[in-house]
Write a protein that binds this ligand. Structure first.
Ligand code: PEP
Ligand code: MG
Length: 543
């Protein structure tokens, strides 16, 4: 048994024999030529032929994965027409009196390296596309045809790397999964794998020399691992999970487009939690009715400096537009605790969960906060955005937040920048906020209960400490009573209350939550339809 981890591109699980694909392209031979014009003419003819091949691939891809997945082959056609690329090939042929294959290979390498060195992840991923088109040109010039990857029975393809064209040429019915050593998750190969709904892992550090075609493997896109030569137990477990996944998929299809309503007519808003705009695709695929928690701090993580107002505005606006009128609740910066970014220069604390974090940072450093609020208020013009504030413990904090928000609005007004004050709510995730939820309800438009933190603060159990897992019990009566109290206080004051912590997706409690009168549940996109199913089976007037 050999186990390796990689970056998962599609969450699915598969098991079966592997097909090992080694990139065995021979080095391109350099030949001297004596008629550069005729040599470049040969390249031009090859370009026309390459475009015809790409058109065939495009048409195949449209049928198999749809227009958006196929568009890469149109992009390749356009890249082939790129005058800068062709001029570089032409000038090398003329300058060095070399053959077209060699000039195309060197130019392809140079362009590809240039893209690979760019900062932007998307542009970086284009390096593979350049390689793909220059290899196609070389093959045509050398009179070779593209190596067909074909097999009689379904297999997991394991390769160094796969080009988009190799990927789409494969018979989708015969591919169980992809595992590659190289490749970016932004590459079109990854996009195609996702569109084909095929479990795929990239960046898997396996030595192809240790594998052989026909060897058994299990690819787990949920855990991001692949097991070669699994034992019987691992194969059985994979089979079981594949059956479960299949069942879930059926469920998904049936429930799309249906309402999240109990048998006796009580409906609940079913929203999704996301960390970035990219997650919206999965929300839409799973028929999310809105976004109940956009963790905006992810925009601030993994970088060297604060995201500016414009960058944030674009992200929030895009979220609003992609959700097309459905509610998008964006939580303001919840940094600190386990979420750290060096440029905030936060001091090391003995007790970070109870430390300088979230709204406390925003209130102490209002400039950071105001930048985010301005971006949010501007984006609110473009869709159904709501804003919510994390880690609230006091009425004064909310008043201070609104004061800073008013200043942000006045600044935009003065600068004649279009904006709108969105619906504003707070997260209820401290026992203090629960206990004064009657007063807080008079100030805000909604409550969203953060059960992850509420559990840790109520039970005095650090949620990050794995030694305390057995004590972290969100089903504790104290937590459930608090949720009830929050829902009651919200309704007494005419506002709505929901849950956006992980507990909202706990199907053992769905009935209880509906009975408590909660108005909304916001869960991971993959849980949306499971919850909808649960709600639709409930009849809460029946005892
Ligand atoms: C929560 O605390 O329940 C919550 C949703 O916020 P986070 O998990 O991001 O702290
Ligand atoms: Mg929280």
């Amino acid at each position: 048994m050999m186990q390796f981890f990689g970056k998962s591109v599609y969450k699915g699980i598969t098991a079966g024999p592997i097909m090992v694909l080694k990139n065995q392209a021979d080095p391109v031979r350099r030949r001297s030529i004596d008629n550069p014009e005729a040599e470049f003419e040969r390249v031009r003819t090859a370009v026309i032929q390459a475009k015809e091949q790409l058109q065939v691939l495009y048409e195949k891809a449209v049928k198999e994965v749809g227009e958006s997945g196929a568009v890469i082959f149109q992009v390749h056609q356009m890249m082939l027409e790129d005058e800068v690329f062709l001029e570089a090939v032409r000038s090398m042929i003329q300058r060095e009196m070399v053959n077209g294959e060699y000039a195309a290979a060197v130019t392809g390498d140079n362009f590809s390296e240039m893209f690979a060195g760019m900062d932007d992840e998307y542009m970086k991923a284009r390096a593979a596309d350049i390689k793909d088109i220059s290899n196609r040109l070389i093959r045509i010039l050398e009179g070779r045809t593209e190596t067909e990857v074909s097999f009689d029975s379904p297999m997991i393809v394991v390769a160094d790397d796969l080009s988009p064209s190799q990927t789409v040429r494969m018979d989708k019915e015969k591919i169980l999964g992809f595992v590659t050593i190289h490749g970016s998750v932004n590459s079109h190969t990854a996009i195609l794998a996702r569109m084909m709904n095929i479990p795929a892992l990239m960046g898997v550090p396996v030595d192809l020399g240790r594998l052989y075609t026909g060897m058994q493997a299990v690819v787990d896109g949920f855990e991001g691992n692949v097991i070669f030569q699994p034992d019987d137990g691992q194969r059985q477990q994979a089979k079981r999970r594949m059956a479960e996944e299949k069942e879930k998929l059926h469920l998904l299809e049936d429930l799309k487009g249906k309402e999240t309503v109990t048998i006796d007519g009580r409906s609940i808003c079913l929203y999704a939690n996301i960390g970035s705009v990219d997650d919206i695709q999965t929300v839409l695929e799973n028929d999310g009715e809105g976004i109940g928690l956009f963790r905006s701090e992810f925009l601030y993580l993994g970088r060297d400096d604060f995201p500016g107002e414009e960058e944030q505005f674009q992200a929030y606006k895009q979220a609003a537009q992609r959700m097309d009128g459905k509610k998008v609740i964006i939580r303001t910066l919840d940094i600190g605790g386990d979420k750290q970014a060096d440029y905030f220069n936060l001091e090391k604390e003995d007790n970070p969960a109870m430390g300088y974090r979230a709204i406390r940072i925003c209130l102490k450093q209002p400039d950071i906060f105001k930048t985010q609020l301005r971006a949010l208020f501007r984006a609110a013009v473009f869709g159904n955005i709501s804003v919510m504030y994390p880690m609230i413990t006091a009425v004064e904090e909310v008043k201070q937040i609104f004061e800073i928000g008013r200043e942000a609005g006045q600044e935009l007004e003065a600068a004649k920048i279009p904006y709108r004050y969105p619906e504003q709510g707070i997260m209820i995730e401290t026992p203090a906020a629960v206990m004064i939820s009657d007063e807080l309800a008079e100030l805000v438009d909604f409550f969203s209960i953060g059960t992850n933190d509420l559990t840790q603060y109520t039970l005095a159990v650090d949620r990050q400490n794995e030694n305390l897992d057995d004590f972290y019990n969100p089903h504790h009566k104290a937590v459930l009573r608090m949720i009830q109290m929050v829902a009651d206080n919200a309704h007494k004051h005419g506002i709505w209350a929901g849950i956006c912590g992980e507990l909202g997706a706990d199907t053992e409690l769905t009935e209880e939550f509906v009975r408590m009168g909660l108005d909304e549940l916001s869960v991971a996109p993959s849980m949306l339809l499971k919850i909808r199913k649960k709600v639709r089976e409930l009849n809460i007037t029946e005892e």
